[in-house]
Write a protein of this length. Structure first.
Lengths: 135, 136
């Protein structure tokens, strides 16, 4: 398309305002959070993949490479963020799949399922961290 | 009245690339099916991680060395990379508008995801070969 090959002065037309005027609703926030957690998960999965790869090509000692980082507070925060993103994206993903077959499209239902997703995310994250660290 | 159809036709160069793409529903379906597969795979992954972190060394070795878990891990990582690739592709297409930057990013995304997936398969092979030779 000729329009997207670099912008001409004719294309710098004013846009309608968006973020500046719309009130933040729950459904809006959860939607962009789904995208944001998706990106965070992708980056984290790539890091996990390369961690495994690098460990396999040295000797497989699970507690060596990067382990000191993940035992630090910052490392634990990163892991907490990734696991919370995982549970959120999982639960909201199920909400999306239900929408894809037509379930739950009413505004009040969507708000309610959104709150359920948030509660489930918090519970799953807390439960998994509790189980992992109660030796 | 002497009109010729060619008088009313836009130049081909102007309309090329416009209109419906006639494809994309396959991608939409693939996204959903990979998402569906990732539901049990993610739950398995979380359970395995908890077992590895919270378990004794004996439990840890059993979880990591089990062939079933290797296959599950391969499925989890590969399908996650596939699902995530499609997600990031859509994000790039949504927010990047300069054709050169957009297409370069999409190609780099494909390369990096593909290389990561293949290298991961190799790593699993190497790891399991070394495990099996250690038990011989």
């Amino acid at each position: 398309m000729t329009q997207s090959q670099g912008k001409t002065s004719a294309d710098n037309r004013p846009l309608s305002p968006h973020l500046g005027i719309w009130k933040w609703t729950l459904t809006m926030t959860l939607s962009i959070l789904h995208r944001a957690t998706g990106v965070a998960l992708f980056v984290g999965t790539l890091l996990l993949t390369w961690w495994v790869i690098l460990n396999a090509y040295s000797s497989w000692i699970p507690n060596e490479f990067l382990s000191s980082f993940f035992h630090s507070i910052l490392g634990k925060l990163v892991l907490l963020g990734w696991s919370a993103s995982l549970f959120y994206h999982l639960c909201n993903g199920v909400r999306h799949l239900l929408w894809d077959i037509g379930i739950g499209f009413e505004v009040h239902t969507a708000k309610r399922s959104g709150i359920i997703v948030l509660i489930a995310t918090a519970l799953l994250t807390a439960l998994s961290w509790f189980l992992a660290f109660s030796h | 009245m002497d009109y010729h159809p060619s008088q009313f036709r836009s130049r081909l160069a102007k309309v090329r690339g416009l209109g419906s793409a006639h494809k994309g529903s396959g991608t939409w379906i693939a996204d959903r099916i990979s998402a569906l597969a990732l539901i049990p795979l993610t739950l398995w992954f979380v359970v395995s991680i908890i077992q590895i972190v919270a378990g004794t060394d004996e439990v840890r070795l059993r979880v990591i060395a089990s062939p079933a878990n290797t296959i599950m891990l391969l499925l989890f990582i590969l399908i996650s990379l596939y699902h995530g690739y499609h997600g990031i592709k859509v994000i790039i297409e949504d927010y990047v508008h300069r054709e050169i930057v957009k297409n370069t990013s999409l190609i780099l995304l494909q390369f990096f995801t593909g290389i990561s997936a293949l290298a991961f398969v190799c790593a699993m092979l190497i790891f399991h070969l070394s495990l099996f030779s250690a038990t011989l």
